[in-house]
Design a protein around this ligand. Sequence first.
Ligand SMILES: Nc1ncnc2c1ncn2[C@@H]1O[C@H](COP(=O)(O)OP(=O)(O)OP(=O)(O)O)[C@@H](O)[C@H]1O
Ligand SMILES: [Mg+2]
Ligand SMILES: [Zn+2]
Length: 291
Amino acid sequence: MTNGNNQEIFRNMEFKTKVAYCEIHGEYDSRCRLINYWTPCPQCQAVATEKRNEEQRISDERQKQERVRKLICNSELPTRFTDRTLDSFVADTPQKKRALSLASEYAEQFDDVLQTGRCALFIGRPGTGKTHLAAGIGLHLMNNGYSVRYTTVNRLIRRIRSTWSRASEETEQQAIAAFSRPALLILDEVGVQYGSEAEKISLFDVINERYENRMPTLLISNLDRNGVAEALGERVFDRLREDAGRVVAFDWESARHTTVMKAALDETNPKTSTTQQNAGSGVPCTAIAGD
Ligand SMILES: Nc1ncnc2c1ncn2[C@@H]1O[C@H](COP(=O)(O)OP(=O)(O)OP(=O)(O)O)[C@@H](O)[C@H]1O
Ligand SMILES: [Mg+2]
Ligand SMILES: [Zn+2]
């Protein structure tokens, strides 16, 4: 009420006006409402506001880049793949176009993916770009603020197994949580080799924990669909297929041998590239290891 009254009084106060002079912009109309407060040059004011906005924008952008850098470091995506974006994937055949389009859709509709926990499975021959496209999805997500974790099955099992030792400072639950919490888990080299039944259970624990919390997992394997089902066991495989989980088959020649791809690889090599692909390129990670 008092505030309203004050505003009313303020509105009814009379302006005094005069022509003032700005060193830069010349004459302008200055107004005075309060004793001895004359409005400054409007053009100088506009320039100052614009400068403040620009500084704010730069500071926001820096903070965002720093957040993305930390996400990329914490994701443990191998350095080789931190510049492998969706944009740098060469889709020169209909099959590759389809794989790229499914990967892009998964990344762009990640809000929906998170609602259902929809998983994806990239299977196929070596060198066909499975890890590249998965990294592309991961980088896209991290650029949009989502947490991502990359691991191979062997590394995941090793980390969990190391908690079984008495000397371990980490509990098994903590190790499992490290893989279950990120918005997306990329699980590479599924089916490469398994150790004991107990180790297979560790993998089940992680996938099951994510499944129960509707957290999506992206699996990558050189095996075919049946091979993956066998390697993971029916219980795990069933969980992955729920909620319209997609299988993408990478069924073409290895990029490690083709000339077109070699040219593309040279272009995406940070040492020779002239184009900055994404915020992921050349991330210095050692500084925040263990964050
Ligand atoms: N379509 C593509 N466009 C650009 N680069 C590609 C393409 N396919 C593969 N590459 C590049 O070729 C190399 C091998 O690809 P990648 O490691 O993703 O294959 P992969 O299918 O994961 O193989 P593996 O099964 O052996 O792990 C990477 O450097 C990747 O960036
Ligand atoms: Mg790979
Ligand atoms: Zn001025």
